[in-house]
Design a protein around this ligand. Structure first.
Ligand code: ZN
Length: 289
């Protein structure tokens, strides 16, 4: 299929108490694993691209990275017959506009660094542009830290307040809202708990599909409970890279003479397909295409 706006599937998931998974891709093989797993599970799916993935794929140029990812995303979506969306995560204003122009079907504006009023104004403006061309718009209020391996203080995380969430949604017109419930980007172990009481309080004030960032570091029981309470898009990145790289490491460790990249990237892709299938079943998206 051609790349689609996955919002109707997210809204159905929200109503019925399951979630759609957004799976990060940094390489061609990782992108293929997302759509091949979605096809195997008959699940609607979101290929998610981060700012750093754009820089990597574009050798430092985010514009070139966007062009590569848009082209690969279109081919990946066309190779399967389940709904596939291509989402740009944590983007600034320019990147949002470039991604929309290049055919991304979903974008997240991250106005984290802006004062509330300016964040609202920019999000609202970008949201109107996205909607005029049928693109799904996500934005975030609160902070999901990106410590990138460094130490961080869990007590200092700026968690989303129900007041801010309600005001932000009403003022911007966004489709999905990313909220901070204590998760952290890039954690390799599922050790973090979510503030589920906060989620319930937000849900009482905001009737919009809510988005969990940093799920790789959150214990599965809390994610499952969070999905029942309104998290309808679950972002997954590190958990996939962990499986991919683990398989590559195993193949390389077993054969010092191996030089053909296909012989280690292929097993990486296969290992990641398995994890994506498992996550699609876990969030409840399997069979929902
Ligand atoms: Zn994120």
């Amino acid at each position: 299929m051609t790349l689609c706006n996955v919002l109707p599937w997210i809204q159905t998931a929200h109503q019925e108490g399951y979630a759609i998974a957004a799976l990060n891709a940094n390489t061609l093989e990782q992108m293929q694993s997302v759509v091949l797993a979605a096809q195997a599970e008959n699940a609607p799916v979101i290929i998610q691209v981060s700012h750093r993935a754009l820089q990597y794929v574009g050798s430092g140029s985010t514009v070139l990275g966007l062009q590569y990812m848009a082209a690969m995303g279109k081919v990946a979506a066309a190779s399967v017959d389940v709904p596939v969306s291509l989402h740009l995560d944590h983007a600034d204003e320019n990147e949002v506009l470039q991604a929309i122009a290049l055919g991304f079907t979903s974008v997240m504006f991250d106005g984290d660094d802006l004062p509330f009023a300016e964040n609202v104004a920019t999000t609202k403006r970008l949201c109107a542009i996205a909607h005029s061309v049928g693109v799904c718009m996500e934005a975030e209020i609160g902070e999901v830290p990106k410590p990138d391996g460094a130490a961080y203080d869990p007590a200092a995380i700026d968690l989303t307040t129900p007041d801010d969430a309600e005001q932000f949604v009403a003022a911007t017109g966004i489709d999905t809202l990313a909220i901070a419930l204590g998760s952290v980007h890039g954690l390799k172990d599922k050790s973090v708990a979510l503030d589920l009481e906060r989620l319930q309080a937000i849900r009482k004030r905001v009737d919009l599909p809510l988005v969990l960032h940093g799920s790789s570091g959150v214990n599965d029981a809390d994610i499952a409970q969070g999905i029942k309470l309104g998290l309808a898009k679950v972002n997954i990145a590190t958990q996939l890279s962990k499986a991919f790289t683990g398989a590559v490491r195993e193949v390389l460790a077993a054969d010092n003479d191996l030089v053909d990249p296909r012989k280690y990237l292929g097993p990486g892709r296969t290992a990641q397909i398995e994890v994506v299938c498992e996550r699609l079943r876990f969030v409840g998206a399997s069979g929902k295409a």
